[in-house]
Design a protein around this ligand. Structure first.
Ligand SMILES: Cc1cc2nc3c(=O)[nH]c(=O)nc-3n(C[C@H](O)[C@H](O)[C@H](O)COP(=O)(O)O)c2cc1C
Length: 200
């Protein structure tokens, strides 16, 4: 059984362009009995910013945590378990104000845990998640891929690499706010890529 964790982050829910692309991909793989998809919508999850208290709770030995520290630690522990249980991570990522949605950043902040998902060695950081791949569906109003203004691609690659996921693929739909023709051709191109990825 292959488990796919699909992380959505559009403010428009399933109507979001990034959500539609990711769901198009998922619809092609999830009718296979050996694939189970676990969907998480971080936009509606609305995690708060990471706080000092929450970080302190992580660093306190479980047996020494207060009740409220344990509740805080559970937030990240549960997310890490969800990620660990997945063989593939699907990320539906809109571009908001030149970056990833802050709700997705808040989710990532709960995934990066020293000693659990990464560690530092004498030669640098080592990702502790093994045998996982990631597929990113990036929806943008403008056009950025391949330019210095695409902050999302290097950030997502670097973050996923940092926790041990080096097999990362991207599907872009760009120029979605640049007129109907441009949007239609961006979707057509993205759908071609999805067919390519799911061809088996
Ligand atoms: C709050 C907000 C900020 C946005 N910022 C950008 C941006 O910086 N660059 C860009 O190309 N498009 C920007 N857009 C357009 C979105 O990237 C585009 O509508 C995309 O389809 C959003 O994905 P979604 O439909 O999955 O939410 C922004 C849209 C919103 C709502």
């Amino acid at each position: 059984m292959k488990t796919v964790l699909a992380i959505f982050s559009s403010l428009n829910g399933i109507q979001g362009n990034s959500s539609k692309l990711a769901n198009e991909y998922l619809s092609k793989i999830e009718n296979n009995d050996s694939v189970r998809v676990n969907r998480v919508d971080v936009a509606s999850l609305a995690l708060p910013h990471l706080t000092g208290e929450e970080m302190q709770a992580w660093m306190t030995e479980p047996s020494k945590r207060s009740e409220s520290q344990q509740a805080l630690a559970n937030v990240s522990d549960d997310i890490v378990e969800t990620v660990k249980a997945a063989d593939e991570i699907v990320l539906a990522v809109p571009m908001y104000n030149f970056g990833i949605p802050s709700s997705l950043k808040a989710y990532f902040d709960r995934i990066a845990r020293a000693g659990i998902t990464f560690k530092y060695s004498e030669t640098g950081p080592v990702g502790l998640l093994e045998n996982k791949s990631a597929t990113v569906f990036a929806a943008r109003g403008g056009v950025y891929a391949g330019s210095d203004f695409d902050t999302q691609t290097p950030y997502l690659k670097h973050f996923l690499n940092f926790i041990g996921i080096s097999d990362v693929k991207f599907v872009y739909a760009e120029g979605l706010n640049m007129g109907e023709e441009k949007a239609n051709s961006a979707f057509a191109e993205a759908n071609e890529k999805i067919i390519e990825l799911t061809r088996g």
